[in-house]
Design a protein around this ligand. Structure first.
Ligand code: CA
Length: 224
C-alpha cells in the first residue's frame, strides 16, 4: 500500500514516515503542494496524508484539486484551532482528519480503516489455499503456522493474493513496494519473488508463483 505524505515539517514528516513504514506501508514524502502534484501525476497512491498548512499553496486548495482528479482517500492533518478547518476539509472531500499533535499509531490505524472501507474492498485477512495474509498486522500463515517474511515479501504476496488468478505486471509490484527514493536494481523483483517462492514452498504452501517472462507474475493454487 503506497502512501503519499505531504508535510513540510521535516522532523514530523520523518517520524510519521517511519511509523507508516513500520505499519507496512510504502511511503513517499514530499514537502510542498508542487511536489505533491508532481508525485500524484507520476504514480498511483492508495491514500494521501495531507498537512493543510503548506508553504507554497493553501492545502485546502490542493485537497480540492486531488479530489477532482484522483480517487484515492485523503486524510488531512491540521494544527489549526477549532473545528472550522476540519469542517472545511471534510466538505472539500477529505475522508478523515487528525489534529496535530497526534499519535502516529493513531494515524496508522486511521489509514488502515480508510483503506478497508467498502468500495476499496480491502479485507483484513486474505486467503488463498492454506495461505493467509493479514493486511493489517502483516502476519502470514501457512496452514495456521506463522511464516516469517520480510516487509517487501509480505507486500508482494499480498498483491499476488489480491489479484488471485490474474497476471500482475512486474512494474506494478515494483511501484507498490518501492518509493521514489529507493534504489531498485533491475532484478530486484525477480530476486524478491524467488525468495518468496522458496519460503512458501518450504512451508508447504498450496500456492505457486508463476513467472511469465516479460509479462509479470501469477499466483495459482497448486494442483497437488
Ligand atoms: Ca505545515
Amino acid at each position: 500500500m503506497r502512501i503519499l505524505l505531504v508535510e513540510d515539517n521535516d522532523r514530523l514528516a520523518a517520524v510519521t514516515a517511519d511509523a507508516l513504514r513500520a505499519g507496512g506501508f510504502t511511503v513517499d514524502r514530499v514537502a510542498d503542494a508542487g511536489q505533491a502534484e508532481d508525485a500524484l501525476a507520476a504514480s498511483r497512491f492508495e491514500a494521501v496524508v495531507l498537512d493543510l498548512g503548506l508553504p507554497d499553496r493553501d492545502g485546502m486548495e490542493l485537497l480540492r484539486d486531488i479530489r477532482r482528479r484522483y480517487a484515492c482517500p485523503v486524510l488531512i492533518l491540521t494544527a489549526r484551532d477549532g473545528c472550522n478547518a476540519i469542517v472545511d476539509g471534510l466538505n472539500a472531500g477529505a475522508d478523515d482528519y487528525l489534529l496535530k499533535p497526534f499519535r502516529v499509531e493513531e494515524l496508522v490505524a486511521r489509514l488502515r480503516a480508510l483503506l478497508r472501507r467498502p468500495g476499496t474492498a480491502l479485507d483484513v485477512v486474505l486467503r488463498q489455499a492454506n495461505v493467509e495474509v493479514n493486511s493489517a498486522t502483516r502476519a502470514v500463515k501457512v496452514s495456521g503456522a506463522e511464516l516469517r517474511l520480510t516487509r517487501k515479501e509480505v507486500g508482494a504476496l499480498e498483491l499476488l493474493v489480491r489479484r488471485n488468478g490474474q497476471v500482475i505486471a512486474k512494474s506494478t509490484i515494483e511501484e507498490a513496494l518501492y518509493g521514489f527514493d529507493d534504489e531498485v536494481s533491475d532484478n530486484a523483483i525477480e530476486v524478491l519473488i524467488h525468495r518468496l517462492r522458496k519460503k512458501l514452498e518450504g512451508a508447504g504452501a498450496g500456492v505457486d508463483i508463476h513467472n511469465l517472462r516479460g509479462i509479470g507474475y501469477l499466483l495459482t493454487e497448486t494442483s497437488r
